[in-house]
Design a protein around this ligand. Structure first.
Ligand code: HEC
Length: 139
């Protein structure tokens, strides 16, 4: 049993199987809901805008959270990457204070502001699932 599991895990890691690719979900499929992004907007204004600005263009040293530079930096990364970055390092003056719900909502708001479409469901998931959700410039 344990040996079979290990084999499965190893074959999953090698990434050349179709299954690893097929499990990926694009940000263009609509990973958050409009209501969630709206809640995220309120949280953002409350907890992030004092450094990153109301319109997300940033205020040195806080970088912009919208636009080509931002999306290019996160291109090819996963939702897990950006979720973890926010949850563990932001707000910079009070890291670790955001709940899961708040972090997902703010992430949804950032996606909305960067032109990624909303979908039927809220953005949520276990770390493994979030790792399969990919941010990409191209549809
Ligand atoms: C006290 C100022 C301050 C606050 C408040 C703040 N940030 Fe930041 N943020 C920064 C600075 C400075 C950086 C760049 C240096 C660093 O990574 O710490 C940054 C970097 C980031 C990055 C990485 C940007 C990139 O593309 O590399 C993200 C994402 C981010 N902040 C999101 C948020 C969110 C979401 C909030 C609100 C929950 C928030 N920040 C609140 C100052 C702040």
């Amino acid at each position: 049993m344990a040996a079979a599991l290990l084999v499965l895990q190893l074959s999953g890691l090698s990434m050349h199987g179709q299954s690893a690719e097929a499990a990926k979900v694009s940000i263009w499929s609509g990973l958050y809901s409009i209501e969630q992004a709206e809640y995220g907007r309120q949280e953002y204004m409350d907890k992030c805008s004092n450094c990153h600005a109301d319109n997300l263009v940033g205020m040195f040293p806080a970088p912009p959270l919208r636009g080509a530079g931002f999306v290019t930096r996160w291109n090819g990364k996963s939702v897990r990457d950006i979720y973890s970055r926010i949850r563990s390092t932001m707000p910079a003056d009070e890291p670790g204070t955001l709940s899961r719900k708040e972090t997902f909502a703010i992430t949804a708001f950032l996606f909305q502001e960067n032109g990624f479409p909303a979908g039927e469901n809220e953005l949520t998931g276990k770390p493994k699932e979030l790792q399969q959700m990919m941010i990409s410039l191209e549809k």
